[in-house]
Design a protein around this ligand. Sequence first.
Ligand SMILES: [Zn+2]
Length: 299
Amino acid sequence: MQDTCRLCGGSHTFVRYRLGNHTVRRCRDCAFMWLTPVPTPEELRAVYGEGYFANDHFMSGQDSDIYGYYDYLAERFDRQSGYVDFLREVRSGGFTGGEKPARLLDIGCGFGFLLDVAQDEGFQVEGVEFNERVVATAKAKYSFPIYCGDVADFPGKGYDVITMFDVIEHVLDPFAVIEKCCSMVRVGGLVVIVTMDSDSPVSLLFGKRLEDFRRVREHLTFWTRRSIGRLLEERGFGVKRIRYYGHTFKLGFLAKRVSMCSAALGWLPAKAVAAFGIADVRIRLNPLTKMMVLAVRER
Ligand SMILES: [Zn+2]
């Protein structure tokens, strides 16, 4: 039943947003949110095809149906600069234990950007990625192991740290993925999840105009501090920290992204960027929509 809550089993659910032919439902009891109807496996395979990481239509922003990235490879250094601080926080936070290099597994590792930085920071790294084309590109560049396939079939165990950046909202069965994480990370080890906080003040302000909701071909579940806490705590984890996670943006790209949420709000930044010729200037910004959850396996 697509109107029964998969997180708490409750039936007090309602339509929070309508996006074209899709709806985002929300559970009144636990705040879990999910997309209906769920795309078919064929539709999901199609969206993660050739154009996913370089989607020419991404910036058109005219309808609710956006997916993928405008130019993911071009964002490499901006993404990687954000990983350094987080990895040092993990290392200095006592999460990695022992003298040996901590073993880190990145689920949905894509082109290996995070693993590249983590290796430089002294972690022993491995990745899981289902997109064969992406894995081939990453393997041509890096020597660390990347398992190509579904994380459900991945045999690795005993990791100190498991990371999932912008992954949990994409998977058909996030409950199984968290249970699998529990079997792969050692007791006392860390799982790090980055995803949208659907109940952040900024998320509530933009509502369904927010890019995360408009990705109706790929975002299947939506999380809040409360629901992600419940997901983790019911599956053996203790949540240690939740904070907002920022990103480095080029100003020109940022102005266009704001315009995609709200043409009125984006008009002035777009004009200013053009007038001052600052489209390529980079800034570190925390839009207070994305949360980073750090949870430790307790049992
Ligand atoms: Zn619920």
